[in-house]
Design a protein around this ligand. Structure first.
Ligand code: IVH
Length: 679
């Protein structure tokens, strides 16, 4: 396993673990430059806890296990928490079993028997950010502090004041002291924007939203914090004086929310284990669509009285548990770097990894995008890296751990010839990518082109997958998509893993694929830069393949949403004799598609005019109005800019109307739009 060292004695192992943990703490909390992902930190920490439990004589007062967090950075003022900021017991998420075990434990502690009613819980998200305490005095935000080691944190008041969602004054609150606790985090969209900008400026990117949030929250210069859109959700209460505290945790959250504090809607009051399980399942299903990262769920006994009765074990409340999802980041070693050749010849470097379990699957490859990406990471073969797999996103190498670079690490160079067909490699003028110049001569491109042609959203040839295409190309039975339609039963039957039945099925699928639509056919051709929606636009605009094939770049540019790159690519494709030949062969093979009348949007009398719709129109729905404008050649945009010609305003029109006035754009109503359309 990466990171594991042959352990000598428990004493030396404990010493080296402490050193490693302290180094990681310093890097994370003080330098804002993490040197290991959380999963590994947790593992080292747990191992140290185990060792100290088994060998109490090894325990030292300064062991990192003796405090909840990290030391405050010396350059932010210290704040002592009057009520310590504790952590909660964290378990690796075990799904329904975990919820049942927690409920059973609570019932045992409360000495409940089977007939007693279900315990009520507050079920919440576990936000993946930084714990922060907000102290309101007489309703006014007086101080904000990080958790630090739980006893002493850092004063981040000026920084927190820049977080727009945090009220500086609470509504209707006179309590002398009300200390609210919650999590500061960065939304995913904000994180992406931030990294995009940093990448463009050749600056180091943040590994994940939490590191970015930590970096900005703990800035000495709060103007830098203000430049970022940080978010906050509260999840609990600290000190309070002069506030009539409600009797349940859920009522506390509701009260905080009514004072104007941000509280996440994704929470529920769950009765018994079954309802906890239902919450868990609902969150798991929504997780990837949430606008921010979570790393698990939290269950808390809802009644504050029962919380008091349950109390604490060491520094963790007995009444709460966090069930943490399997890590989305792990460390592993890069064993090698392969290059893959895609459908359009793009050469992509791929890291071959020592297999690691991350984001719920075992990962042994991760894309490295292109040469620039490798350079930005400063990656060498042999390096230990952080791999991230979030949701169904393909695994990424997000960082190199430079201090673990082995002596024999090797630099990687992109190939100068295609590794599959030996053709020369060219660098795109407009992009950072390298491309094999072999075109369909290159078996790798041929395979990918065939797979694309047969794909579900193209001609949908069921059964024509990876393995089969591989064989067909290797045996030189198929060179172009047209060859597919010349396959016969005898040939197909002979292929590996191809009984009579599957051979027949494939031929039937090919037969079905002979009848398709123009837009699917255009998409299936695999023209560079032509995705599904562009294929649809092209098919509608030109109505027939001949018209599309004959179109000049200027004519292609008349299609809405087609820009110079796409127009050039389409024109180049049809100018290529080889491509025309393949299309002719496909036609000869009996391939046919429905061709419609050209819907030359640009020919409409509103061509070149841009509309923005706002508010509710009296007779038309927004889609209807949009359809009519587009049918007349006009374009409908989402927001008002200097390029907008008309804003169509209905009832309850909002800020777009102000924008229209600001830009001096004509504002019309539905009746006027109707006249314009009929003109
Ligand atoms: S309750 C005494 N609720 O996860 C209980 N914590 O240890 C205090 N966290 O330090 C924590 N979401 O930073 C609580 N809904 C939630 C949370 C949450 C995230 C963080 C918090 C805490 C850590 C768990």
């Amino acid at each position: 396993m990466p990171g594991a060292r042959p352990s000598s004695t428990p004493a030396t192992e404990a010493r080296s673990l402490r050193a490693a943990i302290e180094r990681a703490n310093h890097a994370y909390y003080v330098l804002d430059a993490p040197v290991m992902p959380d999963a590994e930190y947790d593992r080292l920490f747990r191992r140290l806890q185990e060792l100290e439990a088994a060998h109490p004589e090894l325990m030292t007062a300064d062991s990192p296990t003796q405090r909840v967090g990290a030391p405050p950075r010396a350059d932010l003022p210290e704040v002592r928490h009057r009520v310590p900021m504790l952590s909660i017991r964290t378990e690796t998420d075990a799904g329904p079993e975990g919820a049942r075990a927690f409920d059973a434990r609570i019932r045992r502690e409360l000495r409940l028997v089977a007939d007693d009613p279900a315990v009520e819980y507050s079920a919440e998200l576990k936000f993946d950010g930084l714990a922060v305490s907000l102290r309101y005095e007489h309703g006014v935000l007086a101080r904000a502090a990080t958790r630090g080691d739980g006893e002493v944190g850092e004063d981040v008041t000026p920084n927190v004041r820049t977080i727009r969602s945090i009220p500086l004054r609470l509504g209707g609150v006179t309590a002398a002291v009300l200390e609210v606790r919650g999590e500061v985090f960065m939304r995913r969209d904000e994180f992406e924007r931030l990294n995009e900008r940093r990448r463009a400026a050749d600056e180091k990117v943040f590994v994940n939203p939490r590191n970015a949030a930590a970096g900005f929250l703990r800035q000495l210069d709060s103007r830098i914090t203000a430049s970022r859109n940080l978010s906050f959700y509260c999840y609990g209460l600290g000190e309070s004086d002069g506030w009539d505290v409600p009797r349940t945790h859920s009522a506390v959250l509701a009260a905080l929310s009514s004072m104007g504090l941000p509280v996440a809607d994704d929470r529920t009051v769950a009765r018994g284990a079954d309802e906890l399980i239902a919450f868990h399942a609902a969150v798991a299903a929504r997780r990837d669509r949430l606008p921010f990262d979570i790393d698990g769920v939290v269950y808390k006994v809802n009644s504050l009285e029962l919380q008091r009765e349950l109390g604490f074990v060491s520094r963790e409340p007995r009444w709460a548990v966090a069930h943490k999802y399997p890590p989305q980041e792990e460390v592993t070693q890069v064993l090698g770097i392969d290059v893959q050749v895609g459908r359009t010849g793009k050469i992509t470097p791929v890291a071959r990894l020592a297999p690691v379990f991350v984001g719920g699957v075992t990962v042994s490859n991760a894309t490295l995008h292109n040469e620039d990406y490798i350079r930005a990471l400063d990656l060498m073969i042999g390096d230990t890296v952080t791999v991230r797999r979030a949701g169904d996103v393909i695994p990424q190498v997000v960082a190199v751990l430079p201090e673990r670079r082995p002596a024999g690490a090797r630099a990687f160079a992109m190939p100068t010839a295609c590794p599959v067909c030996g053709s020369s490699v060219e660098r795109d003028a407009e992009e950072k990518d390298l491309r094999c110049s072999g075109g369909l001569f290159c078996p790798a491109q041929r395979k990918q082109a065939l797979l694309h042609f047969a794909g579900r959203r193209a001609l949908d040839i069921e059964g024509l997958g990876d393995k089969l295409v591989e064989q067909l190309v290797e045996a030189d039975l198929v060179r172009t998509p047209a060859d597919l339609f010349r396959l016969d039963l005898a040939t197909v039957e002979q292929l590996e893993r191809m009984g009579r039945k599957s051979a027949e099925n494939l031929l039937q699928a090919l037969e079905r694929a002979r009848h398709t639509t123009l837009e699917r056919f255009v998409y299936a051709l695999g023209v560079r830069h032509v995705g599904e929606s562009t294929a649809r636009d092209l098919a509608r605009h030109f109505g027939s393949l001949d018209a599309l094939g004959a179109a000049s770049e200027a004519e292609l540019l008349e299609v809405p949403d087609v820009g110079p790159v796409v127009a050039a690519s389409v024109a180049r494709f049809f100018a290529e004799p080889h491509n025309r030949e393949v299309i002719a062969q496909l036609r000869k093979a009996g391939l046919e598609w429905t061709e419609g009348a050209a819907q030359r949007t640009a020919a409409g009398h509103l061509a070149g005019k841009t509309f923005v719709l706002t508010g509710t129109l009296p007779h038309w729905t927004r889609d209807e109005a949009k359809g009519r404008i587009e049918a007349a050649g006009g374009k409908v945009a989402g927001s008002v800019s200097g390029k907008t010609d008309y804003v169509v305003a209905g009832d309850a029109a909002g800020s777009k109307l102000d924008k229209a006035r600001e830009f001096g754009v004509a504002i019309i109503d539905e009746a006027q739009l109707k006249r314009l359309l009929e003109a």
